[in-house]
Design a protein around this ligand. Sequence first.
Ligand code: SF4
Length: 782
Amino acid sequence: MGDRTSDIWGERTPHARGTAWPSRVDTHLAGCDEHEVDRWVQSACLLCSNGCGLDIAVKDDRMVGVRGRETDRVNHGRLGPKGLYASTPWATSDDRLTRPLIRQGGELVETEWETAMGRIVARSKRLLDEVGPLSHGFYTSGQLFLEEYYLQAIIGKAGIGTAHMDGNTRLCTATAAASFKESFGADGQPGSYTDIEHCDAIFLYGHNMAETQTVLWARVLDRTHGADPPRIVCVDPRRTPVAVEAERTGGLHLAPVVGTNLALMNALTRELIENDWVEQEWVSAHTIGFHDLEQVVAPYPPEEAERITGVPAADIRRAARIFAESEAVLSTVLQGFYQSHQATAAAVAVNNLHLLRGQIGRPGCGILQMNGQPTAQNNRETGADGDLTGFRNWQNEEHVQQLAEHWNVDPLVIPHWAPPTHAMQIFSYAEQGSVRLLWISATNPAVSMPESGRIREILSSDRVFVVVQDLFLTETAELADVVLPAAGWGEKTGCFTNVDRTVHLSEKAVDPPGEARSDLDIFLMYADRMDFRDQDGGPLVKFRTPEEAFEAWKEVTRGRHVDYTGLSYDRLRGPTGIQWPCNDEHPDGCERLYADATFWTDTDYCETYGHDLVTGGAVTEQEHRAVRPAGRAFLKGAEYTPAHEAPSDDYPLLFTNGRSVYQFHTRTKTGRSKPLHRAAPDAWVELSERDAAARGIAEGDWVRVESPRGSIEVRARIGSVMEGAVFAPFHYGRFDPDGTSPDPDRRQANALTMTDWDPVSKQPTFKTAACQVTRVDPPGRS
Ligand code: SF4
């Protein structure tokens, strides 16, 4: 295998439509050969949401590399650059946290576990006595294991009783969940990765799959390079590798002005209706809302959409025709929609297109509302993001009662008097002083949240007691009152579920360093010290090991569509991950949801009664019941509205941010991989040729990018974004492993982004902020 930082997707294994994706096993070992490996330990990759099956190589009780699992349904043996080069080096990094830290005299100093946990428990008990449950906020991750989220959900909902729980999944995947709830009644990915083998068109909406899910993109490339290839349609303001492939294969690249996705989607929807491309019989039988949708999209003929989005009307017509003429369309959606203006409405519009064509639940007709993170799905399933566990409805008393019975607590303890508090609001409460204990696990909001200068101020303030558990002293951990050293992937056991509902078991391969503990053990220690009890006086948390936690989780999913009851650790030790639902009806898992065109919209079953997609106003139970959805999907539309921060004379450009193929999130792991760090050591900003020329900026020049909230100074790259747009990767904070960056304090993309969120999904609007770009002297030369 060659250098996969330059050959990102590896060699092609082309194949024809309807045939199986050939396997290809990718392996990377650091400093040893395969025959020198002591043992291989089963797992799956934790560096994006694709969930590639792999085995961890262990030599001398150290993780030394990975090998893709040839038999796994997700990747057929392949791994991408991040999985290959960043899965293991971080584990033996010299700067791992190995002992708890507490703040003393303004400094973080090492201490014993008893002291650190004692400090947390004392503060927690005092706040519960003096203020009540809403003094507590939990902000977790998209990278813990299912069992750990489930425990956190029990502690938050039934132990403390706080509605203030969320994860950084709010930043990456909340809109995926919201779109499913609005269209189909409940969260749950309908599609399967095998839809790539069966489709004849792939629409990628704001999804640079080539860089964010490299193995999935290799799967697409093996179709586009084979016989009878699918046509690709790419919606993205940047000319990404996906856009290039779309053009190469006779498809289309649509580049809407930043913040105008919904206007484009409304025009595509209108085209299907106007040209009589709607499967009327299917739509009448299985959906509600068609006539309202027809009226909402009527004002968006392609010419009007061209005026708003800049996408030529002819291209809009052609894209709609490709959708309509295809027997099986696969749609994928990611942050270009989720983190932009009118996020949920635009993501729901993708679901609408499939419903209008009756293209759901059969091979090739997948919708992959992607997740940004590897275990985001589990965060949502368990309710560590504040939702009610098992995709239940917090407004449904019967659903709350079911959970109360599972946990043997009074239903009144479980917060369900108001919507769960989303992350942006939790941080605002911390800013205002009502959340006074904020527990952050496995995430780095000081770099990853919008308007990051404000977030750092909140975390630094005396008003809130901050607990951080993580692998390293991140930019966030540096600001904490207590820091707990956590075990990472490969150092603990647990399950996680990827975007197409495939559940993998990840086994412990090595011990964590020093006194680091698994997140499950940390939360168990807290639950024990807090002495959380059920209503019979027994311990609230009745499991002690990951497998016991998984068994408990299975029971709470019984009777819900997210049904894990047919799974077990033993079954997951087989050749491949298994898709939920897995139960008596689907003993080997279920490839696609909605094969019978029955959706989870029954009023007594659904996860939400829905929202107005423009305002976020909630639909009431009575209103929902009145339309008698009874298993039919909702067709919902929304008018386009301009973004909240428009370009001005001072800030004439629109800023958007995203990922690089070589880094993941705030680089906690990928930044400690030498090949990946070498490939992308520092931040940059991308400008169109015309915008750069107008400012006298050449490739490689240092530039200042400034928004009303802050500024960064980084090098310029010219040519890959549309005119008027500015792109920067969001990975880079102060962490700078070898001093590459001349000024690591001036490169954080989220210094520019704003405190604003989608009215339905509450996902922050990272991709729509006004900015200005000017050429500056290199650092140290001014
Ligand atoms: S595609 Fe994602 S899950 Fe697969 S190896 Fe790459 S980073 Fe890991």
